[in-house]
Design a protein around this ligand. Structure first.
Ligand code: FAQ
Length: 311
């Protein structure tokens, strides 16, 4: 788009100005944001399922209360992000329907099962850790409502990450069986966590344009590297082993060299063929269908009140 309007828009982005809902924006910018914010919102909602799986089996009342609050926070993030997406002219119902019939994605990570209590530690530590790594820069993203949503979400995610690490510390310093569970959780969640940042830069179709529009602030590989550099010392502190025999500190680049995840697995998971894709979508579809009577009731009530006002 070489129009003067598009050039003026790009100049605003380059000056670091925030774009607000009523400002003119290129259709591609709007579409990209709806895709990314929508996908992000869906991830928060579907992301409740792997941890929700352990609420009834938390080992203590305190752990149960903490996990319950954490999962509720994720629901809040989802609703908050749907509101940000709605400012772009799409409704929450439309977004939900696109999730439920598979037209929209959610994060690959939530298609992996949570098999033991240690997985609650690994999810908080690694999955929330990766989420924050990606979302802290998004506080400076060019679209105002998305940037502002990220501020609050990042505060809560930091707390989530700490609670996950706290579970890992307990498990890693517990009995031999607990330590083995912690190691097994790290073994299973390491590579799926690295996949959260998206495909390698050479396969990332959206990065160049999204970075020019400052929708994304970093490339996928940049953030993945930062995540590895931050997380490896934490694993060492826990006395656990990152499941990567080729992991090595590289003095020259000032970061770790590490093995890439299996990208064919990643592409299978985002095509719908991961271990839990069908189960996750089935759970969301069931919740939507079983909640229909509530939505219908609310609409009927609202219509009745409107009619009473007119009369
Ligand atoms: N999963 O060209 P790119 C959370 C798709 S945190 C699934 O690089 P882009 C908190 C991508 O959509 C998780 N699909 O794409 C929590 C595209 O396909 P499309 C959510 C992925 O957008 C913690 C294709 O691959 N966070 O929920 C993934 O420039 C614990 C090509 O990729 C966000 O969404 C993936 N991992 O970069 C909740 C953050 N990666 O759409 C509960 C915001 C890529 O053309 C418990 N999003 N794809 O069909 C972003 O920063 C970006 O969208 C990226 C992907 C970096 C994820």
């Amino acid at each position: 788009d070489n129009s003067p309007k598009a050039a003026a828009f790009q100049a605003r982005i380059d000056r670091g100005e925030k774009i607000e809902p009523k400002d003119w924006m290129p259709e591609g910018y709007r579409k990209t944001l709806i895709r990314q914010i929508g996908q992000h919102a869906h991830s928060e909602i579907v992301g409740q399922l792997p941890e929700g799986n352990w609420i009834t089996r938390a080992p203590t009342l305190e752990r149960k209360a903490i996990l319950l609050a954490k999962v509720q926070d994720e629901a809040g993030h989802g609703l908050y992000l749907y509101c940000a997406a709605e400012t772009l002219g799409v409704s929450r119902d439309e977004l939900t329907e696109m999730l439920l019939d598979g037209r929209m994605k959610y994060s690959s990570i939530f298609n992996y099962p949570t098999l033991t209590w240690a997985d609650m530690g690994a999810v908080g530590w690694l999955v929330d850790g990766a989420a924050i790594m990606n979302q802290v820069p998004l506080q400076r993203t060019s679209y105002g409502p998305y940037a502002r949503a990220m501020v609050r979400i990042c505060k809560e995610e930091s707390f989530h990450q700490r609670q996950g690490f706290d579970i890992m510390m307990k498990m890693a310093n517990g009995t031999e069986a607990q330590r083995r569970m912690a190691q097994d959780a790290l073994d299973r969640f390491w590579y799926p966590s690295l996949m959260m940042f998206g495909p390698s830069d050479k396969d990332s179709v959206h990065s160049a344009q999204s970075m020019a529009w400052r929708i994304k602030m970093n490339t996928n590989d940049e953030l993945r590297q930062k995540f590895v550099d931050q997380t490896v010392p934490q694993a060492e502190y826990l006395g656990l082993t990152v499941p990567d025999p080729d992991l090595r500190w590289n003095e020259e680049k000032g970061g770790y060299d590490f093995t890439q995840p299996d990208w064919s697995e990643f592409f299978e998971v985002i095509k719908g063929n991961g271990p839990c894709n069908a189960e996750r979508l089935e759970a969301r579809n069931r919740a939507w269908d079983e909640g229909r009577w509530v939505r219908d009731g609310l609409m009927a009530h609202a219509a009745k009140k409107r009619a009473a006002k007119v009369a």
